[in-house]
Write a protein that binds this ligand. Sequence first.
Ligand SMILES: [Zn+2]
Length: 265
Amino acid sequence: MDLIKKMKDRIAKSGTSKKEILYFGKDSVKRVRFLQELDEGYTFQFHSNWDPSIYELCEDPEDHSDCKRCKEGIALQDEFAWSVWSYDDQAVRILKFKASGVSPIPGLIEMFEEFGTIKDRDYKIKKVGSGMGGSYVVTPLDKERFKNAKAKPFTEKQMLDLFREAYKPKDDEEDEDEEEETTTKKSKKNKKAKKEKTLRSKFLELEWDDLKELALEIGVSKKTIRGFDEDEEELVDYLFDEYEENDLEDLLEEYDEEEDEDDED
Ligand SMILES: [Zn+2]
């Protein structure tokens, strides 16, 4: 089974995944219709850390007493989320952004203040560049009525469940893996070595065909990939220049999980 098909199967199996959350690749544009007002979005608290890489919901956002990550002192950040109709996907998606950092929120606030609403027209949201140097451009389209019976916003509870599924604590996943596995010494050793390697070197270990599928999955065009003429190192350099490490890490995780499942067969 090829990787894309495997990923799709996995998404179908899990029922929910990050696919519900709008992802902006470098220089990508999305046309959306907000299904809730800007001041009616929901706030979620995420624990976020670079090394070790942690990104998950706070388990006790009210009291911060019954949450493992709070106890560990992992930094918290507020994130805002809205339901939007995504024209590209023809589905309801979640627009989720940090309060600080690179986001289209300041632009959207401007529009909200200008028109008194953000629901009366479509918006084009464009990401320019990537990483910390990136920015977003918000373009309002003409005022137009929106009628679509399929476009129902997620409730706060539904969003919470989606985020819980999409950003599962990594430690727990690893524990599960280790329990399931009838671990030989060798595979344990491999696993440890794997963990210690940098993300970049993990990508460099991939065969061209796998690398190509991952690149396609994250949104690199076939033409661009062809341009690398099967030079793995060049393509890896390109991926790390164009995309954020968080996203590359997620991509590789999906891939690793599939590989592990194959090993069990
Ligand atoms: Zn917490």
